[in-house]
Design a binder for this molecule. Structure first.
Ligand code: TYM
Length: 329
């Protein structure tokens, strides 16, 4: 099984990214043949960015993934822009992508509505670049959070269209969305997903937040007017905290419900805060050790890019030939 996933180097990653995605990357790194993880700096320039900050954000995210447990000798970790095949394949796949499909993407609608100066064509093309990321490696499995479901559907459609037109060349990938924690919600606005760009600051727990900050954010999470500790559509805040607790403790949601049956929301939030602090502490500690050595981070990314390029280049040779691009081999 070949695994591929991508993560944006934007600012600080939050508990939703950690639970929905990063945790899965680490668990999957030995199952992948290989497991490939990409820090998608080209995706980061689809909204306003600062060049120096972008470079430093790539290092932040690399260090975070290593601190979370990715080991460069067990998986392939690299920076997207180091493998130019991604950009080339994006253009080639654009020829097979329906404009109408791109226009239906929820993420484009959401993000374009928030742009004040420029809605870039890059933002519209974001899902094509994402399809190129995965299809370049002929990956079968893509670990992601729930919000990426539509993007994966689109890359499947693009791969299918390519294969129908030019013969079996690309692999239709499947998403792998975790059973618990696929959509962690904002602690202050539990109807919205946790997000560093669209969410509230108090409602977003960052993986690298100080323990006191994590505790404060979780203790001030919005719950509801009832007192029962159970999941339900009328109890979005508590449902979210139960999910977070289950993942942090490595138990089921039912176990959390029965353990805290009869407890008040205040006590429950205190316990969740403690569990999350404990869950994130080792990552935060390792991050502080790893982040300062930028040369080591660059070396790890460079070695990953070299291996990634070898795989992507092979796919590109076949794709170009099938499409009639370039001279005949
Ligand atoms: P990014 O960096 O925005 O998100 C990284 C991962 O975190 C998941 N995620 C969440 N999971 C649970 N609850 C949340 N509140 C939450 N918020 C985010 C996302 O689903 C994602 O898996 N488009 C991708 C980047 C990408 C990619 C790829 C992914 C580029 N190319 C190829 C897979 C394959 C993204 O959203 O990154």
């Amino acid at each position: 099984m070949r695994i591929f996933s991508g993560i944006q180097p934007t600012g600080s990653k939050h508990l939703g990214n950690y639970i929905g995605a990063i945790r899965q990357y680490v668990e999957g790194q030995d199952d992948g043949d290989p497991a490939i993880y990409c820090i998608v700096d080209l995706h980061a320039i689809t909204v306003p960015w600062d060049p120096a900050e972008l470079r430093s954000n790539v290092h932040d995210t690399t260090a975070l993934l290593l601190a979370a447990g990715l080991a460069p000798e067990r998986c392939l970790l690299f920076r997207q822009s180091d493998v130019r095949e991604h950009s080339e394949l994006t253009w080639l796949l654009a020829a097979l992508t329906a404009w109408g499909d791109l226009n239906r993407m929820h993420q484009f609608k959401e993000k374009s509505g928030k742009q004040r100066e420029l809605v870039s064509a890059g933002l519209f093309f974001y899902p094509v670049l994402q399809a190129a990321d995965v299809l370049a490696y002929r990956a079968d499995t893509v670990p992601v959070g729930e919000d990426q479901r539509q993007h994966i559907e689109l890359m499947r459609e693009i791969a299918r269209r390519f294969n129908e037109r030019f013969g079996e060349t690309l692999v239709e990938p499947e998403h792998r969305i975790p059973e618990i924690g696929a959509r962690i919600m904002d602690l202050q606005e539990p109807a919205n997903k946790m997000s560093t760009t669209g969410g509230t600051e108090q409602g977003t727990v960052l993986v690298l937040d100080e323990p006191e900050v994590v505790t404060k954010k979780i203790k001030s999470a919005v719950t509801d007017s009832g007192s029962e500790l159970r999941r339900g559509p009328d109890k979005q805040g508590i449902t979210n905290l139960i999910d977070v607790m289950a993942v942090a403790r490595g138990v089921t949601q039912e176990q959390v419900e029965s353990e805290f049956d009869g407890s008040g929301y205040g006590d429950f939030k205190g316990a969740v805060a403690e569990a999350v602090v404990e869950f994130l502490a080792p990552v935060r500690q390792r991050y502080q050790e790893i982040r300062p050595d930028e040369q080591a981070l660059e070396d790890a990314l460079g070695a990953g890019a070299e291996k990634a390029r070898a795989i992507a280049a092979e796919t590109l040779v076949e794709v170009r030939a099938a499409m009639g691009i370039g001279s005949a081999a």
